[in-house]
Design a protein around this ligand. Structure first.
Ligand SMILES: *[C@@H]1O[C@H](CO)[C@@H](O)[C@H](O)[C@H]1NC(C)=O
Ligand SMILES: *[C@@H]1O[C@H](CO)[C@@H](O)[C@H](O)[C@H]1NC(C)=O
Ligand SMILES: *[C@@H]1O[C@H](CO)[C@@H](O)[C@H](O)[C@H]1NC(C)=O
Length: 475
């Protein structure tokens, strides 16, 4: 079973990377048909999505053996490559011992009944980028593939999850179809399933049957981003560890949405429509293992109470935060990185006690807010402090007294004037490697600032919103 272990070797790579022959991951077309309803920056964001792919396995041209279908390449080892040859019809004469079959990037609309019935050794089947429809498959198309572990049906024309998938599947790619429903019994027989990729489809919450994931004890990674979910689907797999549910239309988090997902480690809820009143304060109470939570790009106006205590990374960028709920960060001794970029925080919203429990914090990003001072009382563990694009007008001598371990301080595009920065504040920072105070000390010349802002935008798209704010200010 060494090979099947190797099969599970997954890489998270940006889609534009060239992955070598056996793989043919296409430059993905992101966003749904109503992508225009998103702001450009959200779409841009979506394009950065990682794509889950298998470790490439070279099919190798190999000598065409007796059994090889026309225009395909077959190897002695059972690899058959019929990818990207404009096939409209399913090829005949597939060698019986085929274990890896590439049919991606063709024009297949259907697979004739029984096409796979002899291929009991098939472990990997690549069908992405075809025109397969629901009618083009039947409930027995894949059924006899009793060794199949990896099935890629992404970028086809399916509107539902096909029935009759083999129980042996470990990884199922269904992203970039037009899937609107996941019925009760289509997935539940696949007891081996570990990875389910359903992103970039047209799923609404009611399209996912509450028992769709029942009993899938091995299922630990579920990608549901870029769909039309209005709420967290009920009946999430109990053993899910990674749940990517960003870029949907979720407006709130209910008390019991995550009441049974005790094993969740990574939860990405960014770019939804969650508001503070709709976010239940006990919603995360069971998520003791959660390490990473992303609530960026929602409509929160306070950093909510009841955040999971054990997270290492918390992102709440680009919301409308004007305040931190009392005790919002209490007890978060494990927090290493906190991102509050692109909100409306003013200095008075961040009393020195806000950070009191964050004994492990290494990175704090409050860029693009409305701070007028360097925040006080920051934890000693802090190494990187991002404060660019605020309205900070002075750096007093004691500004970094509580943070002697800082390695990077970023203060570009604030309102620092010559003479308002006490240099000795920095001189005490023995570990300081980067001090960025560009874009200060010169407020008169708007055109010059614009030029600089342009440059920065290219360097760091994170700051896009901040630029808008700055420009608004000038008007
Ligand atoms: C959430 O997903 C987006 C898109 O992949 C990513 O940029 C972001 O870093 C993720 N959040 C966390 C906390 O990993
Ligand atoms: C496929 O559907 C037919 C008709 O509904 C049914 O008789 C058959 O048992 C199904 N096959 C499988 C593998 O579910
Ligand atoms: C598949 O979907 C594409 C894009 O949505 C559409 O243009 C095409 O007509 C569809 N093809 C079939 C065979 O349904």
């Amino acid at each position: 079973m060494v090979r099947s272990r190797a099969l599970l070797l997954l890489l998270l790579l940006p889609p534009q990377l060239q992955l070598g022959p056996g793989l043919a991951v296409r430059a993905p077309v992101f966003g749904r048909s109503d992508a225009h309803s998103r702001s450009p920056e959200e779409n841009e964001f979506a394009e950065e999505e990682p794509v889950l792919v298998l470790s490439p396995e070279e099919p190798g041209p190999g000598p065409a053996t007796i059994d090889c279908p026309r225009d395909c390449a077959c190897s002695q080892e059972g690899v058959v490559d019929c990818g990207g040859i404009d096939l409209r019809e399913f090829p005949g004469d597939l060698p019986e011992h085929t274990n890896h079959l590439s049919l991606q990037n063709n024009k297949l609309e259907k697979i004739p009944p029984g096409a796979f019935s002899e291929l009991s050794s098939l472990r990997e089947l690549y069908l992405q980028n075809n025109y397969l429809t629901d009618e083009g498959l039947d409930n027995e198309t894949f059924w006899k593939l009793s060794s199949l572990e990896y099935l890629d049906l992404s970028s086809n024309n399916l509107s539902r999850v096909p029935a009759g998938l083999p129980r042996s599947l470990v990884l199922l790619h269904l992203e970039k179809n037009a899937i609107q429903s996941v019925d009760a019994d289509v997935l539940t027989p696949i007891r081996s399933l570990e990875y389910l990729l359903l992103h970039s489809n047209q799923l609404h919450a009611h399209g996912i049957h509450p028992r769709a994931f029942q009993g899938l004890k091995r299922l630990h990674t579920v990608h549901l981003y870029n769909n039309a979910l209005e709420r967290v689907p009920s009946g999430l797999p109990r053993r899910v560890r990674t749940l990517m549910i960003l870029h949907n239309q979720i407006t709130g988090i209910g008390r019991d949405d995550f009441a049974t997902t005790y094993f969740l480690e990574e939860l990405n809820l960014s770019y939804n429509r969650i508001t503070s009143p709709q976010m239940h304060r006990d919603a995360f109470r069971k998520l003791r293992l959660l390490r990473s939570l992303d609530l960026s790009g929602n409509r929160l106006h306070t950093l909510p109470p009841g955040l999971p205590r054990n997270v290492h990374v918390l992102k709440v960028k680009r919301n409308e935060l004007a305040a931190l709920a009392r005790g919002a960060l209490a007890g978060m001794a494990q927090l290493r990185e906190l991102y509050l970029t692109g909100n409306r925080l003013r200095s008075r919203a961040l009393g020195p006690r806000a950070w009191a429990d964050l004994a492990g914090l290494q990175l704090l990003d409050i860029a693009g807010n409305q701070l007028t001072d360097v925040p006080g009382g920051l934890p000693e563990s802090l190494e990187y402090l991002y404060l660019q694009n605020n309205k900070i007008s002075s750096v007093p001598a004691n500004a970094f007294d509580s943070t002697p371990n800082l390695k990077g301080v970023f203060l570009r595009f604030n309102k620092l004037a010559v003479g308002s920065v006490v240099e000795s504040a920095f001189r005490r920072l023995k570990h300081l490697q980067v001090l960025d105070i560009e874009g200060n000390f010169e407020f008169g010349d708007v055109s010059k600032d614009r030029g600089r802002l342009k440059e920065e935008e290219e360097e760091d798209e994170e700051d896009e919103e901040d630029k808008d704010e700055e420009e608004e200010e000038r008007r």
